[in-house]
Write a protein that binds this ligand. Structure first.
Ligand SMILES: C[S@@+](CC[C@H](N)C(=O)[O-])C[C@H]1O[C@@H](n2cnc3c(N)ncnc32)[C@H](O)[C@@H]1O
Length: 186
């Protein structure tokens, strides 16, 4: 089964179960920094973060490999008249990602890890713009999260990766096995 088919199946199941996808709680807690502008939500899934950001006055570009997720988000955006532009795209195909000529006030990635995206992300965030990321890390307290190590961060990896940015929030939660960063480009 290829990546798109696998995620389409998961998203179909979730759509049947849920009212509306919720934003990431750590992102929501950072609302005081979220002043609006342009935002990019990479691997957006059903778009809990995109819907939240659009309501915080961002014009959001949202991308995901799953057409099921993107169609769902497009329906939600139309229903609530929100400025979200969802687009199907495979983030492993870097050469096809045409954001090189654009820049964003905020880029968000939650629960998707592809280290090859970091240089692109750093280049498309405006001066003083923000980056939020949260995903699994290799926690000493969790033996099996059902996620391959390939998709887990090393301890403090995001701090090291964004060491030349101003870090406004960083958390490594070993019990939950997640690492979160919110940082600002200098
Ligand atoms: C764990 S979900 C996270 C979704 C969302 N960011 C969230 O936190 O709710 C991972 C997402 O990555 C997407 N994805 C997986 N591989 C991808 C790829 N190569 N390009 C773009 N999206 C991909 C999946 O469709 C799925 O929506």
């Amino acid at each position: 089964m290829n990546t798109r088919t696998k995620w389409n199946t998961k998203h179909k199941e979730r759509i049947d179960q849920l009212q509306e996808p919720a934003p990431n709680p750590r992102l929501k807690n950072l609302a005081a920094y979220l002043k609006g502008g342009t935002a990019l939500d990479l691997a957006c899934g059903l778009g809990g973060n995109s819907l939240f950001l659009a309501r915080m006055n961002y014009q959001v570009q949202a991308t995901d490999i799953s057409d099921v997720a993107i169609n769902y988000l497009q329906e939600q955006a139309s229903k609530y008249n929100l400025k979200i532009h969802p687009r199907v795209c495979d983030l492993t195909e870097l050469k096809n990602l045409n954001w090189q000529n654009q820049s964003f006030h905020l880029v968000v990635i939650t629960y998707y890890l592809d280290r090859k995206l970091f240089p692109l992300v750093k280049s498309i965030i405006k001066e003083s713009g923000y980056f939020f990321m949260e995903t699994f890390h290799q926690s000493p307290q969790i033996e099996d999260q059902g996620v391959s190590n390939q998709y887990k961060l090393q301890p403090k990896e995001l701090l090291a990766e964004f060491s030349d940015w101003t870090v406004l929030f960083f958390e490594e939660n070993d019990q939950k096995g997640r690492q979160t960063i919110f940082c600002q480009k200098r």
